[in-house]
Design a protein around this ligand. Structure first.
Ligand code: ADP
Ligand code: MG
Length: 350
C-alpha cells in the first residue's frame, strides 16, 4: 500500500493506542514527542523527540509521513497550519483551532441552532470578575481558555475565595456557571470521506475534574440517547469534521443537554471500545484517514472502564489477575496522572 505512513503529534496513551490500531492495518506510525519518555515509544515504527516548534525537526517529521493526526489538542495551531501547507491533518486545523480554545469553542457551539453550553462571561479585571461571579450566584468556575486538561487551569469560585483573585491576570480565562447536572455523558463521532458513524453514548463519572470511570450502556432514556447523538452529528457537520471528535455533555434534571466541551481526537471515554466493540475508536480513526468507508461499530459487551490515576497504579498487578488492564508505561507516578486503565466486561443481556 502506498501512502501508508501516519504522523502522530504527541506520544501519550492515546498516541500509543493509535499506533497499535495502525499496525493492525499495516499502517506505519511516526510519533513526534516533546518528552524523552512517552507511552507510544515502544509501539511506533519511528519517533522524533523535539519541541513541536523546532521547524527543522518538524520538517523531518512532515517528510516522514503521508497523513497526520493529533493525540492532544494542546499543539500550537501555527504548527498545524505549517503541516497543512504540505500534508493533510485529521482533523483539520479548523476543528483543532475551535476545540483547543474554550472561548472559540463556546462561541461556535452556541452559534449552532439547537446547541447550548452553560453560561459564561469573559471578565477583564477583578471588578468585572466580582460582578460576573455575583451574576452566577457565586457558583462558577474560572477556566483557562487554552492548554487545560483533567481540570488543570481551573479554579472553583465561591463567595469566600473571590479576594484571592485580586491580582489575577484574567486574560485568556473565562468564567463559567456551574451546571447542576444529573449525569455526564459523551459521544464519539468519526467521519471519513464517505460517511459518518458514532459510538453509543457512554456515561462518565468525574472526581476532582478528572474522568474516573466510563460505562456502557449509559443509564439514560432512549430519548436522551437519541438527543445526545443528534446533537453530536449536528456539531460534527457544522465543524466539517474529518477524523474523530468526542463530544462531552451535561444532562440536566429535565433531560436538557448542555455541551461541555469537544475533543478533536480519540477520547478517554472511548477506551472501552477496544474491548467491548468490534472496532475501536482508534481503528475507525485509522480507517477515516486511510480508507474511505466506515462501518457502524457493533457493541458486543457491556463495559466499565476505570482509570488508574496516580497511586491507583500500584494495584495494577493484582487487577491483572481479574481484569483486562492497560499500562501506559509512564516512568513516574504523579498525583492526578493517568497511569493506566482496566476494563470490566459483562454479557449484553445480563
Ligand atoms: P478538561 O478539559 O479538564 O476536561 P472540563 O471543562 O471538561 O475540562 O472539566 C472537567 C470536569 O469538571 C467536567 O467533566 C465536569 O465534571 C467538571 N466541570 C467542568 N465545568 C463544569 C461546569 N461548568 N459545571 C459543572 N461541572 C463542571
Ligand atoms: Mg473535559
Amino acid at each position: 500500500m502506498k501512502n501508508n505512513r501516519l504522523g502522530i503529534i504527541g506520544g501519550g496513551q492515546l498516541g500509543m493506542f493509535i499506533c497499535i490500531a495502525a499496525k493492525k492495518k499495516n499502517i506505519k506510525s511516526i510519533v513526534l514527542s516533546e518528552s524523552e519518555e512517552f507511552s507510544a515509544k515502544n509501539f511506533c515504527d519511528r519517533y522524533f523527540i523535539s519541541d513541536f516548534k523546532n521547524l527543522n525537526n518538524l520538517d523531518k517529521f512532515i517528510d516522514s509521513a503521508d497523513y497526520f493526526t493529533i493525540e492532544t489538542e494542546n499543539v500550537p495551531i501555527s504548527i498545524i497550519h505549517y503541516i497543512e501547507k504540505k500534508k493533510k491533518v485529521f482533523p483539520s486545523s479548523k476543528v483543532i483551532e475551535i476545540a483547543q480554545n474554550r472561548l472559540k469553542e463556546k462561541k461556535f457551539l452556541n452559534s449552532i441552532d439547537g446547541i447550548k453550553t452553560t453560561k459564561y462571561l469573559q471578565p477583564k479585571n477583578f471588578d468585572d470578575f466580582k460582578y460576573a461571579s455575583k451574576n452566577f450566584n457565586f457558583s462558577c468556575i474560572l477556566k483557562s481558555t487554552k492548554l487545560g486538561y483533567d481540570g488543570k487551569g481551573q479554579y472553583k469560585i465561591s463567595k469566600n475565595n473571590l479576594e484571592i483573585f485580586k491580582e489575577f491576570d484574567f486574560n485568556n480565562f473565562i468564567l463559567e456557571k456551574v451546571v447542576d447536572f444529573k449525569k455526564e455523558v459523551s459521544v464519539i463521532i468519526v467521519k471519513s470521506k464517505e460517511n459518518t458513524i458514532n459510538y453509543p453514548t457512554v456515561e462518565n463519572i468525574h472526581k476532582e475534574s478528572i474522568l474516573r470511570e466510563s460505562f456502557y450502556p449509559a443509564k439514560i432514556s432512549k430519548k436522551v440517547e437519541s438527543d445526545a447523538i443528534t446533537k453530536s452529528f449536528m456539531i460534527a457537520n457544522q465543524i466539517s469534521l474529518n477524523g474523530v471528535l468526542a463530544v462531552e455533555m451535561f444532562i440536566l434534571e429535565n433531560d436538557q443537554i448542555l455541551i461541555n466541551e469537544l475533543a478533536p481526537r480519540p477520547h478517554n471515554s472511548g477506551h472501552w471500545s477496544m474491548d467491548a466493540c468490534n472496532e475501536s475508536q482508534y481503528d475507525n480513526l485509522i480507517k477515516s484517514i486511510f480508507f474511505d468507508k466506515l462501518t457502524s461499530p457493533q457493541v458486543i459487551r457491556k463495559c466499565r472502564m476505570i482509570n488508574l490515576i496516580g497511586s491507583d497504579y500500584k494495584k495494577i498487578e493484582s487487577l491483572k489477575r481479574k481484569y483486562i488492564c492497560y499500562d501506559y508505561y509512564k516512568k513516574e507516578i504523579r498525583n492526578s496522572r493517568k497511569m493506566g486503565h482496566y476494563i470490566i466486561l459483562d454479557q449484553l443481556n445480563s
